[in-house]
Design a protein around this ligand. Sequence first.
Ligand code: NA7
Length: 526
Amino acid sequence: MDALVVGAGISGIYQLYTLNQRGVDVRMIEAGTGVGGVWFWNRYPGARFDSESYTYGYFFSPELIEEWDWSEEYAGQPETERYLNHVVDRFDLRRLITFEQRVVSAEWDSEAERWTVTTSSGDVWKPRHLVTALGILSAPAFPSAPGLEDFRGEWAHTGLWPDEGIDFTGKKVAVIGTGSSGVQIVPLVAKDAEQLVVFQRSPNWCTPINNFAITPERMADIRSRIGEIWDATQLSPSGSMHRPIMESSLEMEADQRRSHFDRLYDSPGLIMALGNFRDVALDKRANDNVTAYIAERIRARVHDPELAERLIPKDHGFGQKRPPLENGYYEVFNEPHVSLVSTGEEPIVRFTETGIETVHGHYDLDAIVFATGFEAVVGSYNRIDIRGRDGLALRDHWEAGPRTYLGLTVAGFPNLFLVGGPQSVTGVIPRATDFQADWVAATVAGMQERGETVVEPTGAAEDEWIDHVNAGILGTMQETAESWAFGSNVPGRKRAYLLYAGGLPQYRERVKAATDDGYRGFKFSS
Ligand code: NA7
């Protein structure tokens, strides 16, 4: 085959479609038993979009837009999984996918000018081009405390949720982690459990999702404006419908600023983060105004003032970490059967047969939910033994942080394409990766037309891209934060920015400029 796509998530599926459309002989392999990627594995209760459903879904097919009705502004995981299955069947892609193929190694064979890809089942694939669509949040991370193998109750990571689910009814449950996943699952566990203990390492600046059902009239209206919606996503730095407010919030009267914050807090979705004043991301004083506002809203929702303070972040400003969206999260802590353990004051010592032991005592548990996040962006690459020219290991090449050219290719790794990899994505992931998938398909198809067999970026082009990526984060509030975007949640990982802070319009412009300039920074050979 000409190309092998790894990963049947939202980015990989579109990559498969677009390569196939261009007449490239392409196959896909996927570790899971079904398609969906993040929306296949994260089937925990409460998992849902934080982006407007119709801005996250595909735009490439007018027929698809015509026939698919989203039921909610922020669709839940089951609906998104159904959608992605529908797309795969609608465009007859399933025949190109082999499931239960987890890649363990991929080695460049310079003689054959092909990759040798080996999977855990022992299958070997030999594509000319290897396209990785591994997902930025797909390598689950667990606490380092020992003893989990001793625990006799049920446990699961939100990112590896069992198909059969977990029934929390009448059980004593712990949820560890209070990022987006923890904040989504906690209210639903609280509903069923007899007791719930939430283990919080650091609180987050959560704001309400304000989700609502999409009526047939609204869906018709969305369809009629789909061109406009697409244009908005293309102009937005985050690929969403939201754009920052460019006027200075600091020069505004306090009550005028406050009414802006009231509007943002009570509006649906991530608008507090993506549609806030631009200076909130750049100036600590502007950021402090937002955090003071959200803290006040949290205090109004949590009855116990001491508990409210523990739920208010003190270590980071708004947007320095990805802010979760919640639905009744804070109110849960008013219920008598729910308690909060701050692991900073009360670290987990070990898991035991019957629960969790902390420095202060033991929590008897029937079930533990790990909402402890992921080895973001590079984690899914580091779990595969990827070797380029002369046996160079990608892990070694990326030892001090990821190295890519345009976030799409890596020097020393011919014919390896990254879709949704490091140094290229931000915001609404499919809006970043559909452009990348089109670029990969055009590049591979173009090579075939010209009879070229190998493409690779130069080391100098890679250096330049890394400088550009790092310059984009300088001087922003995010720069100083310890978050998964820098790999800070993984012990021992060297701090390096993993995403792209320059905004998607600039990203696309840069890739287009290099491509139009005769694929500047690339070497092609036949
Ligand atoms: P996140 O956002 O990385 O959240 C993981 C959470 O787990 C976060 O609160 C962590 O605290 C916490 N954590 C991690 N390890 C531990 C240990 N050992 N003990 C206690 N708590 C721990 O992952 P999510 O799955 O929630 O969300 C991922 C993305 O999905 C999110 O950004 C959105 O883009 C959608 P920390 O803050 O690191 O101190």
